[in-house]
Unconditional design. Structure first.
Length: 160
């Protein structure tokens, strides 16, 4: 009899890795209408959805709130989304280990099996140069087109 593992991705090596789960999602964009499916998922209660309209509000939120996924629009009114990454990623990464912000996200017995917080750049149109800049700045990925929960799960799984 073959054991069945629910809610897990089993890599070729046979080791089990946790399926990407998203409880809290922050979208940094002045155009919430771009994220219709994610808004619907938030309305259904599938994910906690939070919006920031510019880079300044995103940095303020990152200092006090820990999310599983951050989607940063490439075109923000006050700063380039890619330039924002340099300031946002260190704050987001620190949120996973700061005991004053809810404690460590992982313990030593879970090391390697827990996903890190993912920051993705989102753009309406694809730009090779922007994708390269985003990845060099530490983004977990560069996403274009309509963003769905399934796309985010796939992208998050690839970012681990």
């Amino acid at each position: 009899m073959i054991p069945i593992v629910l809610n897990a991705i089993v890599p070729e090596s046979g080791a089990q890795v946790r399926e990407p789960r998203m409880r809290e999602l922050v979208i940094v964009s002045p155009a919430c209408e771009r994220f219709g499916e994610l808004v619907a998922a938030g309305e259904r209660g599938d994910v906690g959805l939070h919006f920031c309209v510019d880079g300044r509000s995103a940095l303020r939120m990152a200092r006090r709130f820990r999310a599983d996924v951050w989607l940063v629009a490439a075109d923000l009114p006050d700063i380039s989304g890619i330039d924002l990454l340099e300031m946002l990623i260190p704050v987001v990464a620190q949120g996973g280990v700061d005991p004053l912000r809810g404690g460590a996200r992982i313990s030593l017995d879970q090391a390697g099996g827990v996903l890190r917080s993912g920051v993705f750049v989102v753009s309406e149109t694809y730009s090779f140069e922007d994708e390269q800049r985003a990845l060099q700045a530490g983004a977990a990925g560069y996403l274009t087109g309509p963003i769905s929960m399934d796309l985010l799960r796939e992208a998050r799984a690839g970012a681990t």
